[in-house]
Design a binder for this molecule. Sequence first.
Ligand code: GLC
Length: 671
Amino acid sequence: MIQKFRKGNPVETCAVSEKIFLSDGEIPFISALGEGGFEIKLADKDIVYGLGEQVRGINKRGWKYTSCNSDNCNHQEDTHSLYGTHNFFIISGSRLFGVFLDYAGSITFDVGYTRRDTMIITAEDYDMDIYIITGDSEKDIVKQFRKLIGKSYIPPLWAFGYGQSRWGYKNAEDIRSVAEEYRKREIPIDSIYLDIDYMERFKDFTVDENAFPDFSDFCSEMKSQGIHLVPIIDAGVKIEEGYDVYEEGVKNNFFCKDKDGNDFVGAVWPGRVHFPDFLKAETREWFGNKYSFLIEQGIDGFWNDMNEPAIFYTEDRLEAVIERVNELSRGNMGIYDYFEFTGLVAGISNNTGDYDKFFHNIDGKMISHKKVHNLYGYNMTRAAGEAFEKLSPDRRILMFSRSSCIGAHRYGGIWQGDNKSWWSHLLMNLQMMPSLNMAGFLYTGADLGGFGSNTTEDLMLRWLQLAAFTPLMRNHSALGTREQELYRFSNCDACKKMVEIRYALIPYIYSEYMKAALNDEMMFKPLAFDFREDSSAAEVQDQLLLGDEIMLAPVYTQNASGRYVYLPEEMTLVRMRSADDFETEVLPKGHHYVRAELNELIFFIRKGKAIPMAAPAKNTAEIDYSTLSLIGYEGAEYLLYSDDGISKDYGKAENYRVMKSKYSCSVGLCT
Ligand code: GLC
């Protein structure tokens, strides 16, 4: 059951797509605080699931999280806000209910941080809709919520292939050589990403003609090798006379305004930019149509970036800081002056104080950005998604974004932002999967190998062993970091085999993705969502269930050749060195130490289940669905979803087929 309550006069967020009538009376489970916030009492063993893209564990208890979309490439355990905000959580234990706060501004969830037995929710103001969802189980609550917010985005099948990306591929030659190195070693690949370097001086919807002469020929050349090019689009539009996007935006009032009604100026990659007012339907239509410039040249996938929006500086803040720094530097800079100086400089970028310097036009009213901050990235993705319906009515286009909030899941996926080549961020990648799925984001994954800082071969191998299962499998790294294309590593062969395993698993991964998207379900679940009565399963923070068939427990620590795993029931361990070199072992319910050498990917098949496997292929187009095998338990059946991977008439009855082992077999390969 879903109950909706309204406080004050909320801004329309378009997070929810189903109409629900307002309920009367008291809001259940939540008590109002005098100052306007809310509190929820937590019993000792209550678990708090959800909150989407946030740091820390699957159980969110014990920290304070703020929904305020933030560009933070240095995030760690003590970070409060990341790139996306997803105000949906479930409390499970002494009571079971879900809460969604439909709110566009900054809101803080103190989940037992100040007082262990209380969740305290405070916001900028209390103009919001509150949804309370009750149900029989966590999965039931998620399903009701997902129905409320509408169907999740579905990418083309090729977007489940391996993608290679790096900030710093300067020109067509660089990209050609990446493609060639992959081909030479026969490492499967479906896409290469174009970062800001492909643009002419970082201007959206331009291609640097010196770096990419004959861009459309280049797209065709790559397509003929089975490679899709995926260009980045940034939120800020460069201020430059003669640049059509800038000029049209100014002429038609498509940009956000400052307090005096002038186009607001911030600075990002191209220097001074204006920010499109994506909250306005006309701006979305205009900006969305601009993607046709690239679609017409053969592009069929994009990533939207810097759309929190990230602001490197605003001119007034920069001036004020420089002035103060000059003052400070004139004297004998004592330690507190020095702290002030470093703090001021560090605070120039992405300063939340800049959010009330610009305004959106919502139905003719000027609304401060601060009030609707978290809607910005969503509406950039929506601009693209709405346009793709017209520009490409029959064929899916890949779209994923950095910033998001609930609602954006209908138009695109997200990647988990600028992570680091850290073991802790590998674990965080795993921990975020179920909370993002709860919020409707199914097409997701993290920058594999880590974006910032220098990766290592063992981290890359271990990360591949998790990313082999995430819908988005993209190796991406920052300019200036150690190069991390798979062929850079001495044990490239082991990396290649991990990618081959991914391709063998694609029929299963795609099938599970589609079933989750079409049925409003989660693809990745905490163990306790299926093993509800098992108190040990409830404690597990580093394993996941994928679909109904498998459990993931990757190794995520350096110099470990195995890990402890909890099995909530008997399962079959699959230890794979390559797609056709693997062994299986039945393990009983309980705690186990499971060995997994660096070149071994492990996962578990649940009791009585089986999964389909394909022969490795060099790209998704070459996966042979006619020769799938099942691995798993004797006599097990699997409901396979498959379609052409590109058209939009999903979910037809003929797309489903039940696979069953033809021969009786024990655990192992049954065809
Ligand atoms: C941002 C993106 C990152 C990209 C970089 C340059 O930091 O998050 O993925 O490589 O900008 O465009």
